[in-house]
Write a protein that binds this ligand. Sequence first.
Ligand SMILES: [Mg+2]
Length: 200
Amino acid sequence: MKIFIDFDGTLIDSRTRIYGLFKKISGTNLTFDQYWELKRNQVSNSDILIKYCDYTDVKLQKFNDEWFPLIEHDDWLIFDEPLPGITDFLKKLSYDNTLILVTARQRIDKVFDQIVRFGWQDLFQDILVTQQEKEKEALISSKYDCLSTDYIIGDSGKDILAGKALGLKTIAVLSGSRNKLQLSKYNPDFIVDSIVDFNF
Ligand SMILES: [Mg+2]
């Protein structure tokens, strides 16, 4: 079967990069844990900045102008690491299944750089990057016929909604950007702490 797998928060821990850049640009006093508690409750960067950092619309625009070029810059991507047990799990899963990485990153070249750094270059049949120009659902359906026996795995509500629209089985993981309460709202077929906890 085909398994479409999200990248950030599902296979890798991007939290240090994301919090680090947020803190550097905003100068926030929020700790790593406070920031991620808010994010896992689906509070956006913009809402955090307005509520906790007294941001105005002008300052928000300036924040975003700095954020988007830097969030996928090598200086920050270096902080990303595979989640525990993921490499062995992917190796086993790739023997019998077709693994396709699907990510909403902006930069294809930087995704490939990281895949090579983690030694995962032989594990995926394909790597789909939306480049934030289209939705995952549209990108997947433009290249693949999806079957009801295929899966999508992700840490966000968007991942689950994309999977449902494509008729896939949906697995939500709690290893990333959302907590159980938030992900339950999207009615995934399964919710697990980490992808490594799921028996296919
Ligand atoms: Mg993700």
